[in-house]
Design a protein. Sequence first.
Length: 428
Amino acid sequence: MAKTEQVTTKIQYIPTENLNPYQNNAKKHPEKQVQQIAASIQQFGFINPIIVNNNKEIIAGHGRLEGAKVLNLKQVPVILVDHLTEAQVKAYRLADNQLTMNSGYDTELLRVELADLSSLDLDFDLDITGFELPEIEFLLEGETPKEASADDEAIEDDVPKRASFGDVWQLGEHKLICGDSTKVETYQNLMGEELADVILTDPPYNVKISGHVCGNGKVQHEEFAMASGEMTDAEFVAFLEAFIQHNIAFSRDGSLHYIFMDWRHIYGLLHAGQKHYTELKNICVWNKDNGGMGTMYRSKHELLALFKNGKDPHINNVQLGVFGRYRTNVWDYAGVNSFGKNQSDLKMHPTVKPVPLLIDALRDSTHKGGIVLDSFGGSGSTLIACEKSGRKARLIEYSTHYCDVILHRWETFTGETAVKIYSEDKEV
């Protein structure tokens, strides 16, 4: 057995091209891992030298060599090991890789370390640690609670009037414009040079609110300003196509677009979507715990068409549960009529979506800091979902009243104050 004092620790720098990979190296280094190694070297420096023998053949560090090549490093640090027998070298190659795999993490302490890093003002992304971003989010946040909290869903109808058509408001990391989602200038004023990472939106369904949405008792909901049952099928498809084309133009290639729709007009959405999108990824079903209004069968679900924009890879944070999240295309969340008899939102927006549902959709297909475009802001549930999950909301809402509701809801939820940054008359 080699004595410890025989081990040399002198670091040498050798031209990268002079190193010889071991022909029978059993450890695989996929391209993704090589890129991670390269990013680590670039951020922290080449801290862990490559181990070589007298022939400059690698004993340990094949992945580090590949990372160095990605960075076009002309030379790399190495430690020369000349005290081992050929058999010991073979055994050490295997041990160097396998021994690190024979241990695990203390999950609680790992969560503490990641939380500490997340709280710092870093000049690098947390995936530099080797953990995937969705894995980090799951470690820190766990599963999204299925039940919405009272604060999540607190929506007031009687709010101060301050929004005017054309206004752009800054709400912390988020923005809201009071405008028409079928007009390109609305998106230009809201987005500027930004592109959304995901679309999550709930357009009007071209169904009259009266007689189709709960509220026939003391609560009476107002009809939407557009697509509230007054359009023909052809007109509604044209309406859908208008905002879909803008969503495509103002989102990145590879982004996923989540669009809710009632069963009565899902065919119109599919027709409009498949005309412009690259792919229909799936149709998801929001399965509520109570039925709504209806005739023979009371509707207990809403549909969501999931489209893909462009051909670049889309963000997939689910990956069949590899990061700890199990998801199907059936989403079980309580509907608005289950929030409680005293919820003020029952007298407010007629098609409120539960915040946990929206958070889960965002966690499926975006990372923290991602931009979320909602062309029909409604009462602001997408905004609250973004606030809670660390995403950046970009909302369009046609109704000045609902814009006021959104502003008040966000300010109440965060304790911060929204600021008007643009009006049609002048920049504020």
